[in-house]
Design a protein around this ligand. Structure first.
Ligand SMILES: *Cc1c(COP(=O)(O)O)cnc(C)c1O
Length: 440
């Protein structure tokens, strides 16, 4: 099949994420990926700024990850998990328990981030049920959140970004408060937590858990907020007898500068969701961790068990490569890598602040965000990024990168410079097109 045929068939038959099937823009065929580079079918190489949506933290085609998968395939790529166990799962569970905040001792493996969130919500509901408080069956969350695309997860996503109106008749109704004020370094001000506390006070007997993305709100707005706010929210949860679910699917494994974003605030959630980078960007996999107290209580409840069990639960291949990804994290100095990218992003994205169509530039850990004044046209701007030799995938007004941790200073410079050049060209053309002379 030629690349042209592939693109044509793709447009005809294959749905892409959040994409229209009515005359969709052509997708770029990628034939291989190595390090921080994606190779297109026509031979062009792109420097990847997305780490395949937070996942490929060690870069692509890493020999240690590949080897772990090859070895596991030779033994057994999969076996059911009901009544059976295996070393890759047990080893991984123990390592996750050791790495995550204290108290998270029980691990439920799932096959994607959204499922890990469903599992977390279910755990919270089953916990209160087992405590004879079944009325604690609503979630509390903050606006601008993103927790996945399945129904349970969608119901706690931002109501506007998540298009709740479209699904209003079937979505469970939860409690929302405004997102925390922006800024990792923001000094807490009186009233920053007032809305949250009011909601908790008013509805404490009906709220099972507060679910949020700690410190970094990802797909719901790429916003950063302060560890003090998180710490305060965790304290309020205790005070009002509400569980805290930390969705670390995007932030886990170092992305925000701490191994887990909760670590910035020394917060110990009752339930934590992990995903995305857990397999170093190789396979779909996720985990939900909780405390012994919650696990035991659920197990002594009406059902005598936790009511969930995916077919591909604890898939050995995914567990093996997750273990290998943890090896790499432990062996590499991820903290300095992330700090290096942080410094690079701060310098390289600085010039964007002066541009008229740039509203805000923010950097945290290995995440760099340029917020522009109006939503970009993906079909047009994507072409411009590719022409610059970089892979950047904006959404709405947010043009952002979260590159693999192994990105060298040289490649980071190429990535950011390419991104800025494309952005300038895009807004220049937009400006030209809006001039009356261009309409003649
Ligand atoms: C991506 C993401 C999810 C959903 O994970 P999937 O693997 O896409 O189902 C949930 N929560 C957060 C914070 C995410 O970034």
């Amino acid at each position: 099949m030629t690349p042209e045929q592939l693109i044509a068939l793709d447009q005809q038959h294959v749905w892409h994420p959040y994409a229209s099937m009515d005359n969709p823009p052509p997708a770029y065929p990628v034939v291989s990926a190595s390090g921080v580079r994606l190779t297109l079918a026509d031979g062009r190489e792109l420097i990847d700024g997305m780490a395949s949506w937070w996942c490929a933290v060690h870069g692509y085609n890493h020999p240690h990850l590949n080897e772990a998968m090859h070895r596991q395939i030779a033994d057994m790529p999969h076996v059911m998990f009901g009544g059976i166990t295996h070393a890759p799962a047990v080893t991984l569970a123990k390592r996750l328990v050791d790495l995550t905040p204290a108290g998270l001792d029980k691990v439920f493996f799932a096959d994607s981030g959204s499922v890990a969130v469903e599992v977390a919500l279910k755990m919270a509901l089953q916990y209160w049920h087992s405590k004879a408080q079944p009325n604690k069956n609503r979630m509390l969350t903050i606006r601008n959140g993103y927790h996945g695309d399945t129904f349970g997860a969608m119901a706690v996503c931002d109501p506007i970004n998540g298009m709740h109106s479209l699904f209003a008749s079937v979505l469970p109704q939860h409690h929302f408060v405004d997102a925390p004020p922006m800024g990792f370094d923001r000094v807490m001000q009186e009233g920053d937590l007032a809305q949250l506390e009011d909601k908790m006070r008013e509805h404490q007997h009906g709220i099972a858990a507060l679910i949020l993305e700690p410190i970094v709100q990802g797909a719901g707005g790429m916003r950063f907020y302060s560890p003090q706010w998180l710490k305060g929210a965790a304290k309020l949860c205790k005070q009002y007898n509400i569980l805290l679910i930390a969705d670390e699917i995007a932030t886990g494994f170092g992305r925000s500068g701490a191994l887990f974003a909760c670590d910035h605030a020394q917060v110990k959630p009752d339930i934590m969701c992990l995903g995305k980078a857990i397999t170093g960007g190789t396979m779909s996999f996720a985990a939900t961790l909780t405390t012994s107290e919650i696990a035991t209580s659920i197990s002594r409840g009406e059902a005598s068990c936790f009511m969930h069990g995916p077919t591909f639960m604890a898939n050995p291949l995914a567990c093996a490569v997750a273990n290998a990804s943890l090896d790499l994290l432990e062996q590499s100095d991820w903290k300095s890598q992330v700090a290096g990218i942080n410094k690079g992003l701060n310098n390289l994205l600085q010039p964007a602040k002066a541009l008229a169509y740039v509203e805000d530039v923010r950097v945290l850990g290995a995440i760099g965000v340029i917020q522009v004044t109006q939503a970009v046209d993906l079909g047009i701007i994507q072409k411009m990024f590719v022409a610059e030799g970089v892979w950047v995938r904006p959404f709405g007004k947010l043009v952002y990168v979260m590159p693999p941790y192994i990105t060298s200073p040289q490649d980071l410079a190429l990535l950011c410079q390419g991104m800025l050049r494309a952005l300038k060209r895009y807004f220049y053309q937009l400006d030209q097109a809006s001039q009356p002379s261009a309409l003649k």
